[in-house]
Design a protein around this ligand. Sequence first.
Ligand code: UDP
Length: 460
Amino acid sequence: MADATDRDDRTPHILVVPYPAQGHISPMLQFSKRLRKRGVKISLVTTKFIARTSHSIPSSFPVLTISDGHDDGGIDSAESIQIYLDSLRRFGSESLRELLQQLSSSASPADCVIYDGFNAWAQDVANEFKVIKAVFFTQSCAVADIYYHVYKGLIKLPLPDTEIEIPGLPPMKPPEFPSFVYQLGSYPAYYDVIVNQYANVHKADLIFWNTFYELEREVLECLKRIWPAIRPVGPSIPSGFLDGRIENDREYGLSFFNAEGDVSLKWLDDRRKGSVVFVSFGSLGEVPVEQMEETADCLKNSKWAFLWVVRTSEAAKLPTGFVAETAEKGLVVSWCRQLEVLAHEAIGCFVTHCGWNSTLEAVSLGVPMVAVPGWTDQNTNAKFISDVWKVGLKASAHKDGLVKRGALLQCIEEVMGGDRGDEIRKNAAVWKALARKAFEDGGSFDEVVDEFLAKFVSRF
Ligand code: UDP
């Protein structure tokens, strides 16, 4: 690991403090990479456990560590989510404070802390030092709008059984709300952290958001009235993926899982254009065993080839014999380089759990989706995929909550071929072009960075 104190002391030094999860660290690292091109020094601040166990933190980033109180095992070693989040707040605050103190007497003191919205406590620590404070949000503006209304008590809970209207959003049914709000009480610890992250947002000097203006224009305009410092800086994807030069941009971020020796891309090379269904339910979620069975049966009976990411911890849920029986048309891997897979021309659609990163990656790369949301913000992302951006279909769940094999198969067939598929592909191409424009225009991103860097001038 590089030493944070061995560089030019007049280079602005920014600490980036993501919440310790793949879907938070990756977009913040991408953003950091773009910022760094403008001549600032960036140190990634993550937990001791993640620094020790992650597979690919880009070697070019100095990594500084804090504690979450679970240095040996991370969140999985905590007795409950509540215990982990309390511990992260407590030990994270203490160790971030110590780190800022240490740095203040070093050759490279911190000038700025960019903290994850989930780590609202980091702002309180940063307030004790003379540093610029910027928050970075890794979920959509749409879900933030909902949570903010919940935080302010502007929507009634539990949600009424009708369509609900919130400024900036289309009318939405209760199951299209984030699960923590719709299924009130399901994860009280996450609910508290997420809803309360809006308590101190207004005190941040800048509010960065992993979205792009055209994608969430209406809701962004609404949120801008609440927080004028809001700045969309997404999509947080390496430029190579948006301008078709992937080979120049392979080192794209941290991975909690080992994708070395990933056979997916080679396997895709042998497939026809648009002929493969890519299936992934993300880096965290535990898919019910019955949902794995429904998915497996659907893929077995579909006429399309498939690439399915099943994390090692989920593999026992696959039906016995599934991998061998489907070996001719399918490949199951424990992890893949998802951006490269999505950018591969063999991919025809993405069956996704609708995590915000996966959603934004597929939108930005023009890949049609079949939405199978599980929990947290995924229901809301699925609503936007199917009804707002119209870049996919949402597979409807049965009353037992499962997406049955027939319903999934029908969506896959419609998205892969047929008239609706054509329409969806056209829309996906439009959004891909808009994502690229948001990115390459430089325009907005460069302006945001100019504004941000101007805040450092008075410090030197
Ligand atoms: N991902 C990956 N390889 C995989 C599966 C996922 O690189 O095999 C990445 C994916 O590209 C995305 C992140 O993991 O950037 C998952 O984040 P997301 O917000 O979609 O879902 P979460 O894992 O947080 O539920």
